[in-house]
Design a protein around this ligand. Structure first.
Ligand SMILES: C[S@@+](CC[C@H](N)C(=O)[O-])C[C@H]1O[C@@H](n2cnc3c(N)ncnc32)[C@H](O)[C@@H]1O
Length: 400
């Protein structure tokens, strides 16, 4: 015990290497959240890795990943203090995650969604025969070899790529790198999502190569497209929604700021035999205004911007950005047509999102009705006791 702390009656000396946490920290685990922050650490550890954790009376609470530099110092891995965490343990946890993802109609999907799958700071995505993974905490990085071995033995992939260029690794004091951890990884992988095929670049593409979290929403959107109608996919990346719309639409316009994404989108259209998608590399804020000035209209408009609110402090500015995009998108919808609007900002919670849409609707002068709410698919589980696991929200809106 650090000097000066009152020793409670019945105090049991903790395991000598154990990290000791405050009652407030311990209560987070009881309530189902795996993180304990620096402010709730009474006695820490030096090196990153798995540590036993006790409360301040020495009661064992479990085993957790320790990150000495991160605000999130502890991430609960295992409640049983005596369970050995070895390759077999990692394999069993990953197998359990896989079992929660039955019957996904795609060759690319998320196998491990970090905290939501009891594997904090671990992301594992499958792209056909290949795996792209991210170990996002200093504690987890120590077990890279065990995790890779577990993935190899369970999934038998043709290769495993570590996309360790995610910015969050900096907060953990970890290097930015993209490395092949097993087998070989092609520069481009063809995946299928429902009836649509995409080319994905796992080394350089956004996130781990694709926005897998919108898969179900893209499939749902395809069914909403008026046959022969006109679709607009704004913030389209490599044409993810556009390709699904194109199967039914007469024409689709896809807009994204990234030249590389737009170029791949055009190749994706060719791959699917779609000649009805126009590709435009542009700033969406400007492009939406231009389309409005040109009095263009669309039967179905998708707006799926990047996370404008990267922090709580950025929320007011982000809300203005979302409102601007949605207002101008609403104005482009033909009477009785649909707007599919999404936000992937964790900090923009559902009430903020709906209020933002309401404000845009009021300014648009249109009557806007909520047809349905959109959320995360089964492979990106949102666990209610871990609010940070739920970030994607969307709505299908009818615009009269
Ligand atoms: C959330 S992703 C879109 C994901 C896509 N809808 C999908 O399902 O794969 C956001 C996209 O917005 C693009 N982007 C970012 N800022 C932009 C801007 N100002 N104008 C247009 N596109 C932008 C990024 O290149 C990225 O492809």
């Amino acid at each position: 015990m650090p000097s000066g702390r009152k020793i409670a009656a019945g105090y049991i000396p903790p395991m000598s290497s154990a990290v000791i946490v405050s009652n407030r920290g311990a209560a987070r685990w009881v309530r189902g959240h795996p993180w304990i922050f620096a402010s709730d650490i009474i006695r820490g550890a030096t090196d990153p890795g798995i540590v036993p954790v006790t409360d301040d009376r020495g009661k064992p609470l479990g085993q957790a990943l320790w990150s000495p530099q991160s605000e999130i110092r502890l991430r609960l891995l295992e409640r049983d203090p005596s369970r050995t965490i070895d390759t077999a343990w990692w394999r069993a946890r990953i197998a359990a995650a896989l079992a929660r993802r039955p019957a996904i109609d795609a060759t690319a999907f998320r196998i491990v969604h970090g905290e939501s799958d009891g594997l904090p700071s671990l992301i594992v995505d499958r792209y056909d025969q290949w795996v792209v993974a991210q170990l996002l905490s200093a504690g987890l990085e120590r077990y890279r070899a065990d995790v890779i071995e577990a993935l190899e033995s369970l999934l038998e992939p043709a290769g495993i790529l570590l996309r360790h260029d995610a910015a969050v690794r900096r907060r953990e004091g970890l290097p930015q790198e993209v490395v092949v951890a097993a087998g070989a990884i092609p520069d481009e992988i063809e995946i299928r999502e429902g009836a649509v095929r995409y080319l994905v670049q796992p080394r350089t593409g956004q996130k781990t190569g694709a926005f897998l979290d919108q898969r179900e929403n893209r499939l749902a959107c395809a069914a909403l497209m008026r046959p022969g109608g006109r679709g607009l996919d704004c913030f389209s990346y490599h044409g993810s929604f556009a390709l699904h719309l194109a199967a039914r639409a007469g024409t689709v316009l896809a807009i994204d700021a990234s030249a590389e994404a737009i170029a791949r989108g055009a190749r994706n259209a060719e791959l699917n035999g779609f000649g009805n998608i126009a590709w435009r590399q542009a700033d969406a804020f400007e492009a939406l205004r231009e389309l409005g000035r040109a009095k263009e209209t669309f039967d179905l408009v998708v707006v799926d911007p990047p996370a404008f609110a990267k922090s709580r402090a950025a929320l007011p500015g982000a809300i203005n950005g979302y409102r601007d995009v949605n207002l101008h998108a609403m104005r482009l919808v033909s009477p009785g047509g649909l707007l599919v609007s999404a936000s992937c900002s964790f900090h923009l919670r559902w009430p903020d999102f709906l209020a933002m849409l309401g404000s845009a609707a009021a300014d648009s002068g249109r009557r806007v009705t909520v047809v349905s709410h959109l959320t995360q698919p089964i492979d990106h589980p949102e666990v209610l006791s871990i609010p940070e696991s739920g970030y994607l929200k969307g709505a299908v809106l009818r615009v009269d």
